[in-house]
Structures are given as structure tokens and as C-alpha cells.
Ligand binder design. Sequence first.
Ligand code: AMP
Length: 458
Amino acid sequence: MAGIDRKFSAPKGISDALPHKAAVVAEATSFFSALASLYGYSPIETPLLEKTEVFERSVGDTSDIVTKQMYTFEDKGGDSLTLRPEGTAGVVRAFVEHEVYKAEALPWRVYYIGDMFRYERPQAGRYRQFKQVGAEALGAPEPEADVEQIEMCLEFLGGIGVASPKLVINSIGDSVCRPSYVAALGEFLASAKVHDRLCEECRQRSVRNPLRVLDCKKAECKKATEDSPRTLDFLCEPCRSHFEAVRAGLEAIKIEYRLDPRLVRGLDYYTRTAFEVISGGLEAAQDAVAGGGRYDGLVELFGGPPTPAVGFAVGVDRSLSAARLPESQVTTKRSLPPAVPSFAPGGFSPDVIVVEIDESARDAALLLASRIRREGLVAFVSPAGRSLKSQMKHADRAGAAAVAVLGPEELSRNEVAIRLMFEPDDYERKQVSIRLEDAGKAVREMLYGRSNEKGTTP
Ligand code: AMP
């Protein structure tokens, strides 16, 4: 047609997902929803636009995201708004704004699926609009929460077929011990033999925010900081024991990891555990498919009460390009089509909450929760440090169908006590002891009978 410019294209670094790709993305995100539900996470939607200071405050005003990558504009009323570059800040803002900490039993476990926007130099695996799936647990000080999230993140990546995902972890300390680390790092970076080899940008960073230098991807900066001080040598006792518990928990559920003392992550709000997942199937500069960690001080920064928290985000576009996917949507494999889905709004309640009587049961509890989830049941660990009575109350409030109690006595017999939270017809079923290895299948049978389909709780 005359007069119509056919040269329109999507903005640089932003692309369409045509049906073949969109179908794969939809499948991946619905797989994430299903997985997150098994870990006891509920969906949350926060706005695409936030007031600019939400990100300046949380992500940090010396971070690359805030200094260079935000899509910020003034709206017609003169307010400065920003397209979200990441998901955590909005979730924390919502948690404080709605005073969730007053109304809900903590931890508040939420997951999101949504688009993020960063003005970056576009290249393979790096876009200006990209989709992330992420999860946040607010009010979860215990190392169990870190371990469960790492497990969930890796299960997602493994489930969508990401090639050789490798977990890298570190602890970057907290407001007690990090200042002395940052001072030591600053001193190291200021020495002439290091300073002169840094890129121009890192020379500035070494004064304004030394941690950020360790994040630089340039070969010369990596080389110059090879012998920099290690965060792990500066941890205070509580941070050290937290990190040890995270490592022990990962080992208990057979998750392999590599320690990387240089892993500090690009955002200012992280404390203690920091982790990334790297895929061997991607180019080195863009090989991180997921990242996460603790942000124990962020809720307070937003004006809420002290609320330790942990979260992670996975880049969907990047992980799908690291995944081995079928070439075409046409499949010769046929399985029985599912019944027409029905719309069933409403909340959800966990099947099993695993209660530790004390910390000696921590690793066994993580393993048990993992086993129960493998049976398709919603299960997570209710962390130790609270009395058994208060943990039972918490399980009751959360609407759990059963609790699995683990303490030194049960462990010495290699058993777990499963207690139903409802009155069964046959009262003998109310509480039973089961061998740990058999507990996943047994609890599924107790709650849903022998059928293959997970139905409603009797
Ligand atoms: P971050 O919030 O920077 O820790 O990023 C978490 C994950 O999101 C990364 O590991 C990537 O998979 C993905 N990601 C971050 N930035 C981009 C981008 N510009 N384009 C595509 N994926 C991204």
C-alpha cells in the first residue's frame, strides 16, 4: 500500500517471540509455577513501573543498573518512573507497603514471572527486555531457606534442559563484617601495581564501591584482582556458621557447587550467601543463567521491620538458549490428553511441613522435604529455632495437611513421625512412624491414597 512505511522494526535489543518461541517460553514459565508451588511459593505480580527511587535505594546508586541501565522517564504529572530492571525491589516494596509482616505467617514465599528492562549493549544472551522467573522468601533467616531456593533454581534449570548448569557460591558477609572486608579490598585496589592495571571504570569503582571491581568482566581487571583479599577470610562468626550450614545442607541433598571468593553480585543489597548458576552451553561473558542470594537488610531499608530474606532470579531467554530443545513443535510422541482444564481460583496450602526439633535434624529435614516434593506434594522445611509447639501452630495456620517431625530420637531410629493435621476416619492413621527412605511415598499414600492422581485431601 502506498504511503505506508514497511520498515518498522522492534526497538534495538527488544524482540518478538513468535509462536514457536512463545510456546516454549509459556511451557517453561508454567513449569516454573508448578515447581515453585511444590516449594510452597505463591504467585505475586508487581507493577512494571515503579517510582525511580525504589531502585535507586535498593539496587544501589553506584550499581551499573542504576547508573547506566535504567529506562527512566518523567510521566505527564512530573513523577520520575522507571521500568523495572529486576524483580526483588518491587516485591519488597509491596511487602512493606501492604504491611504483609503484620498479617501473614512468615516466611512469606512468593514467586514471579515477568519482563525486566535494562539499557545494555545488546548481544547474544543480553537484551534490553528479557523475561525472568524468580522467587523470594521474606522473613526466612535460616540457612534452610537458602538451600531450598538453590535446589528449586537448579531443578528448574535441569528441568528445562539447560546444558551442564554449575552452581557457584560465596558469602559476602553482613553489615558487621563486610566493612572491614571492603576496607581491605579498597587498600588492595589502591596499591599502584593493581590500580594501574584496572580499566578506567574500575579505577573509579575502586574508590566509590570497591566490591564492584570484582564483578568486572574485563580480562585485564580479572587478572589484576586475582590475588585480592577473600570475603570468606573476613566473615564474622554468625555469617561463618550460616555459610557452613548452607554448604552442609547442599551437600546433604547432593548438590555440587564451587566456591568462588570473587562472586559478589552486581546489586548492592546482597548480604551473606551469594550464588550464581553458570551454563557450559553459553559464551563466557554471558554464561550466568541465574543469580541470587540473601538480602537481610533490604526490608528495613524500605522502612519495614528487620526481616531477613533470600531470593533468586533466572533469565528465561538466556536459559532457554542454553537448553537442548526440540527443533520443531511437531512431536510424534502421543500421550493421553489431559481433561479440559478448569478455572479454579483460590489459595493453596502445603501438603507437608517438615518440622525440625533442633538443628541436628537440619540436613535430614532438607533431604526429606526434597523426597516428598519428588512425589508431587507441596513440602518445605519449617526451620528450627522455634519451639515444637510454635512450629505446630505455624503449620496449622498455614493449612498444612500433615507435619513430618524430625528430632534426635527419630533420627537415631532412621525414622520420621508423620502427623496428620486433620482427623482421619481411622484414628490409628493420625500419627505414624515411617522409615526415612520410605517417607515420600508413604506420606503421599496417607494423604491421597493409592491412586496415581493427586486429588483432594481426604
Ligand atoms: P541479575 O538480576 O543481573 O542477577 O540477573 C539474573 C539473570 O537474569 C541472569 O543470570 C541472566 O540469566 C538474566 N539476565 C540479566 N540481564 C539480562 C539481559 N540483559 N538479557 C537477558 N538476560 C538477562
